[in-house]
Design a protein around this ligand. Structure first.
Ligand code: GDD
Ligand code: MG
Length: 356
């Protein structure tokens, strides 16, 4: 079975972490997020994956190679300028082999049954079968009302006045002939804004596959941290988790003082250090990150080789790679420290209203 993984987005909302690393390659629970998705795809019977890349494309191939080490055959197709979600799908069509293809957004962490979605797609003979989930606030997603038989009535991307709480959960099964016929080649196309509405207008059958399973779009720092912690704790299972589920995950060479508290699903990267008296809760520490004694870090991401000074408090903060925050600072709620920035001792007491 073929799959397409859409990983060409810029990851704007996750800046500055995505300044050097594409969003899907950020380490979530110790491995690039894409590794979790590929492991799930493989478990669902997918054996051939085409990555539709654009932004920082080389990072993917450098890590996953031909896919052999991951039990998959992986190919890469690069868009020199982004073609959008539909254009990205169409751009890899020549690599597909089967009659149907699973298309995955590259930033969704979920636990739905991909094989059951494929089976439903085949049974209903739909042109496309869309995995749908319910969310409290559908405005940031594709709103997808369905009839009593699950047939899609409309597709309204980022509708400010949603008519249902059912949204596009970012996993489609496409009939290959539909994908090739409905999306023009070498053109910027949004599958959400262009292709789905056009297929519906043309009378094609689009079917919803509704499953209430764990589901999270990792597009914001808050969601990224939540997703990593849920992976570490096994709230959402992943065959790619590099260790047993628990309160914390320590990668090779991580050095956590016995007098530190590290919990809430925190991932501590390779060679990272947490000093005595420090408390790290529900956070992500990238490789080589340093949390000095008595610092308090919660709901935050500390980038590669970044330093959090003694007694410094971080709550819902993103610290870019290589930044150094001195001792006795306090940064709260949505603050972002840019890569390699320098903050001295006791100079910042910052809080903003941003929560994502
Ligand atoms: N190859 C390629 N080229 N991939 C792209 C491009 C592109 O030009 N633009 C975006 N992508 C990839 C992103 O990397 C991401 O994995 C996926 O397509 C979706 O893009 P996002 O930018 O994350 O979209 P979104 O989160 O605002 O909305 C999408 O996902 C929601 C569910 O999480 C839409 O599909 C919504 O309808 C959906 O509800
Ligand atoms: Mg997204």
């Amino acid at each position: 079975m073929d799959a397409i993984l859409l990983v060409g987005g810029q990851g704007t909302r996750l800046r500055p972490l995505t300044a050097s690393t594409p969003k899907p390659m950020l380490p979530a629970a110790g491995v690039p997020f894409t590794a979790h998705q590929l492991a799930r795809a493989r478990a669902a019977g997918i054996d051939h994956v085409v990555l539709a890349t654009s932004y920082k494309a080389e990072v993917f191939e450098g890590y996953f190679g031909d896919g052999g080490a991951f039990g998959l055959e992986i190919e890469y197709v690069h868009e020199t300028s982004p073609l959008g979600t539909g254009g990205g799908i169409r751009n890899v069509a020549s690599r597909l082999r089967g009659d149907d293809v699973v298309v995955l957004n590259g930033d969704v962490l979920d636990a739905h049954d991909i094989a059951a979605q494929v089976a439903q797609h085949r049974a209903s003979k739909a042109a496309v079968t869309l995995y749908l989930t319910r969310v409290e606030d559908p405005r940031a997603f594709g709103c997808v009302p369905v009839d009593d038989d699950g047939r899609v009535l409309e597709f309204r991307e980022k509708d400010p006045n949603p008519v249902t709480d059912l949204v596009n959960a970012g996993c489609y099964v496409f009939r290959r002939d539909v994908l090739e016929g409905a999306i023009p080649a070498d053109t910027v196309v949004s599958v959400e804004r262009d292709t789905f509405p056009a297929l519906l207008a043309g009378g094609e059958r689009l079917q919803g596959y509704v499953e209430e399973a764990y589901w999270l779009d990792l597009g914001t720092p808050t969601a990224f941290v939540r997703g990593s912690c849920d992976l570490v704790m096994g709230v959402v299972p992943s065959p790619a988790l590099p260790g047993p589920p628990g309160q914390r995950l320590l990668l090779a060479g991580a050095d956590v003082s016995p007098e530190a508290t590290v919990d809430g699903g925190t991932a501590v990267g390779a060679g990272a250090y947490v000093g005595p008296g420090a408390r790290v809760h529900g956070s992500v520490l990238f490789d080589g990150a340093v949390v000095r004694p008595n610092a308090v870090v919660s709901g935050s991401v500390v980038g590669r080789d970044a330093v959090v000074g003694t007694g410094t408090v971080l709550d819902a903060v993103v610290v870019g790679d290589g930044a150094r925050i001195g001792s006795g600072n306090e940064l709260l709620r949505g603050a972002r420290v840019f890569p390699d920035a320098r903050i001295g001792n006791g100079v910042v007491r910052f809080s903003s209203d941003r929560t994502s």
